[in-house]
Structure formats: C-alpha cells, structure tokens
Design a protein around this ligand. Structure first.
Ligand SMILES: [Zn+2]
Length: 202
C-alpha cells in the first residue's frame, strides 16, 4: 500500500512475488486507478509471454488491460507516446538487465513506472534483473501466494514439469505456489498431494 505519492517527479514501483501471488492483479489495479485519475497510461509486456493473450495483460483471475507486446527493453522507448505519464510493465523479469536503465530513464523523465515480475526463479534463486530493479525502485511490494501443500503464505514457484529452461512461461499446471518449507528446489513430476506423501514418508 503506497501512501503519499511523490509530487512532480517520476518514480519506480516494483510489484514482485511468486507465481499465483497476484502480481499482475495488483499491477492492473494500480493501472486502472491511474486511468480513473485520467492519467495517460501505456502498458508493455514481453512478446515471449503469450499464455493468454498477445495484446493484453491478463491476471490468473482474468482481469485484463490492453498492452503492447515488445521483444526487447529498448523497444519500450520506441513505442512510448509523448503524452504517457504512467508506464506499466508485466513479466518484467523476462526483459533482462536492459530493462533497468530503461525504467530509470522513464522515472528520471518524470514518469511513474510500475513493473511487476517474478522475484525468484523455479530454483528459488533471485531472478535477474529483479534484484537490480528493486534496488533502484522507490516502492517495492512483495505479494504472497498460498502454499498448495500446507496453506501457509508462499513466496516460491514450484515447477512441476521437468525442464531446465529458466524461462518456461508459467501456466497453471506447470507450477504451483509453495512456502519455503514445502518448496523442493529440483523440478519434480508429481502433484502437490503426491509430494506431500513423499515428504511425510521421507
Ligand atoms: Zn507449505
């Protein structure tokens, strides 16, 4: 919750968390409020993420907003309209390190930047460039999911299909939210219930 927005300057907000934590939902909520306040909003997402829709950002609960799909961080500056005051970026972790100076340049120009992304990969390791982006942001919110195994707050994304590719784009069924106790760092091909049984046995 952000109280007391800065005035007459730009800034960066990072909304981060695991899969199913409601990051995109929170991003959409903030962007909708900016639109209600009659601010000019532009929304970007990586082209790699076409889980639900090629030109919209969509949360797991099907909230959605129109967006521009771009391949590289620098494309954002090319698509930026002069009247834009608020820039939303979804799945920001997929843009790599180049997104950090892009966000900085927007904020330095006086824009409000709201970037949502995964802060940890499926191994539970920091997902660059999120640490760098969080370090230069004015506001950082961590959203938590609910662990599907034990019901505690969850900040890890358990991959339940095998792949060593770090950027397998998440869909329901490929990942589940886990707390630090229930999270197993290696990919496992089993449902939450089967894993729980394994854990109890082991
Ligand atoms: Zn748990």
């Amino acid at each position: 919750m952000i109280v007391g927005f800065p005035r007459n300057i730009g800034w960066i907000e990072v909304v981060c968390g695991s899969m199913f934590s409601g990051k995109t939902e929170e991003l959409i909520r903030r962007l909708k409020r900016a639109k209600i306040a009659q601010q000019n909003v532009q929304i970007f997402k990586p082209r790699i993420d076409d889980r639900y829709d090629a030109v919209r950002i969509v949360s797991h609960s099907r909230q959605q907003l129109e967006s521009i799909a771009i391949e590289r961080a620098e494309d954002l500056l090319r698509h930026l309209k002069p009247e834009t005051q608020v820039v939303g970026i979804d799945e920001v972790q997929f843009f790599g390190a180049e997104i950090v100076p892009v966000c900085e340049s927007l904020a330095n120009k006086g824009l409000r930047v709201i970037a949502a992304g995964l802060d940890q990969d499926y191994r539970g390791l920091p997902f660059e460039p999120m640490p760098q982006l969080m370090a230069v942001a004015e506001f950082v919110s961590k959203e938590l999911a609910i662990c599907v195994v034990c019901g505690n707050p969850a900040n890890r994304s358990q991959r339940i299909v095998s792949s060593s590719d770090r950027v397998v784009v998440g869909a329901e069924g490929d990942y589940e939210a886990r707390c630090r106790k229930c999270f197993i760092p290696e990919p496992v091909k089993a449902s939450a219930q089967e894993n729980l049984k394994l854990r109890l046995r082991g």
